[in-house]
Design a protein around this ligand. Structure first.
Ligand code: AHR
Length: 521
């Protein structure tokens, strides 16, 4: 069978169990057809990127404890956190915000720490920011993590000169006031910076601009962000929120903007109810579980619609769609600072991580970078810390299981699955994506959203022959199961025994509310 869709992958849920078909088809059955012979598009590793903002305890207490801390650290950066993030092969880290980025003046964060000014973090709780974590500390963090730096420049309250000088300070090896200053601050050689965002949410906290006005500023600022020898910046324009298609259209239709940007951002958060009632991260009903997943699945439509606009102006797909903020946003944990956005992380978050990463994989022809919000102690975190303790969340484990897709080649698939029904709403009960890695192994990642029913999936292949299979599963007895500081190992991936391969047909039994990664070769 030849796929005709213009998209690299298409996934069609043929909802086998409808009101008429219940008696015709057995429940809990579905199928996947994989097309390894049509694998051609790379899944950029940068889809698996992360985000560290000066917000709550993401930087201070999360990444940074300072050299004098009793918590084991390297140059002030927590060793446990670095080790955990290296294990998921973190490809890039976005910093210093978020909204904070458009209030951040980088020169406040260099030089002797005792001389750095304290400022008010006006976006996040009005707390004192003493600037002890700045440019040198961030670049050291990326070195320890072995990942690329993604720096978000300040367009909202900064100047062209300030942003231009930051790039020069970081990446130039020539003789100049900025490189002299860098050397005085202890760094001789320039760093490499791969990604540079020109403002953040410029429709909102980054300056409340119109897209036309921002487009002009983007081109002006970008003109002065130089590629110094040995470094090439990929510039990311501040893009749309959710379904603001006019923003993408305005930015993309300008030929000069298109030429000057390598990416344009998109922010879409999963808000369970609405901004004034986002719901608890841990205390929720099955209806709220369902609604969260349904709203998160909207990411597919949103990415498709923005990609369609981009295709109109950039059919060669030179400009990437950069989903540099995504994830669940719930009410803060009771008793915590509302400005710190601290929330727990359950099996529901694992579902949302799995489905979003599958969506990005399946759109890898246009989505070439994404950043979960945020890495530590903020929103849908990978990691929670409390003094010397560290907890890895279900979301962390999804990234660990999915890392096999980084820089692999997308294998298109067609999924036929059961409906998951709640009142008048229906969603597919399964998400899936697949890829082939450099060693020739094929990886299929799935999640069963249904918290009550298991799913039996039969998987066939067009153009591939396989003889070996293994897998991992992340699941729990309850929808709101989570890892806590007292019980950090409640949820962890274990060996998956519900998969069999015979005569090139794979049979998978996905338990209810489970996340599974399968390797075949
Ligand atoms: O991630 C939290 C905030 O959400 C970011 O600072 C901002 O860009 C977005 O509105």
């Amino acid at each position: 069978m030849k796929l005709t869709s213009s998209k690299i992958t298409f996934i069609i849920c043929l909802f086998l169990v409808g009101s008429l078909s219940v008696s015709t088809f057995a429940q809990n059955k579905g199928s996947i057809s994989l097309f390894p012979d049509q694998a051609k598009t790379k899944i950029s590793k940068d889809i698996y990127g992360h985000f560290a903002e000066h917000l709550g305890a993401c930087i201070y207490g999360g990444f940074w404890v300072g050299e004098k801390s009793p918590i084991p650290n390297t140059d002030g950066i927590r060793n446990d956190v670095v080790n955990a993030l290296r294990q998921i092969s973190i490809p890039n880290l976005r910093w210093p915000g978020g909204c904070f980025a458009d209030t951040y003046h980088w020169k406040d964060g260099i030089g002797p720490r005792e001389k750095r000014p304290s400022i008010i973090n006006t976006n996040w709780g009005g707390v004192t920011e003493d600037n002890s974590f700045g440019t040198h500390e961030f670049m050291r963090l990326t070195e320890l993590l072995g990942c690329d730096a993604y720096i978000n420049g300040n367009i909202g309250s900064g100047t062209v000169q300030e942003m231009s000088e930051w790039v020069e300070y970081l990446t130039s090896s020539n003789e100049s006031p900025m490189t002299k200053l860098r050397k005085e601050n202890g760094r001789d050689k320039p760093w490499k910076v791969k990604y540079w965002a020109v403002g953040n949410e410029t429709w909102g906290c980054g300056g409340n601009m119109t897209p036309d006005y921002y487009g002009n500023l983007f081109r002006q600022y970008s003109t002065f962000l130089h590629d110094f020898p040995g470094n090439r910046l990929e510039k990311v324009a501040s893009g749309a929120s959710d379904r603001d298609y006019n923003w993408t259209e305005t930015m993309m239709k300008n030929p000069k903007s298109r030429q000057m940007m390598q990416g344009i951002s998109l922010h879409y958060y999963t808000i369970m109810d609405n901004w004034s009632h986002k719901g608890s991260a841990t205390q929720f009903t099955e209806k709220e579980w369902f609604t969260t997943i349904r709203k998160s699945l909207e990411m597919d439509k949103i990415v498709t619609a923005h990609s369609d606009i981009m295709d109109k102006y950039d059919p060669q797909k030179k400009v990437s769609l950069v989903v540099d903020e995504w994830g669940n946003w719930f009410d803060v944990e009771p008793g915590t600072n509302p400005g710190f956005l601290f929330q727990q992380n359950t099996m529901r978050d694992a579902m949302v991580a799995a489905l979003n990463l599958n969506i990005f994989n399946n759109h890898c022809d246009r989505v070439r970078m994404a950043n979960l919000a945020q890495a530590i102690n903020v929103l849908q975190s990978l990691i929670l810390t409390k003094n010397e303790k560290m907890v890895l969340t279900p979301t962390y484990y999804v990234f660990k299981m999915w890392k096999v897709h980084q820089d692999a080649t997308l294998v298109p698939l067609k999924l036929n699955c059961e409906k998951y029904i709640m009142g008048n709403d229906t969603i597919p009960s399964i998400t899936a994506s697949a890829s082939k890695d450099a060693a020739g192994k094929t990886h299929i990642t799935l999640a069963n959203f249904d918290p009550n029913k298991s799913q039996e999936i039969t998987c066939d292949f067009s153009g591939g022959t396989y003889s070996q299979v293994k897998g991992e599963i992340l699941t729990a007895n309850t929808m709101n199961a989570c890892n806590t500081f007292d019980k950090p190992d409640e949820i962890k991936p274990v060996n998956f025994t519900g998969v069999f391969l015979k005569n090139n047909i794979l049979k998978i039994t996905l338990p209810s509310k489970s996340v599974v990664a399968i390797e075949i070769n």
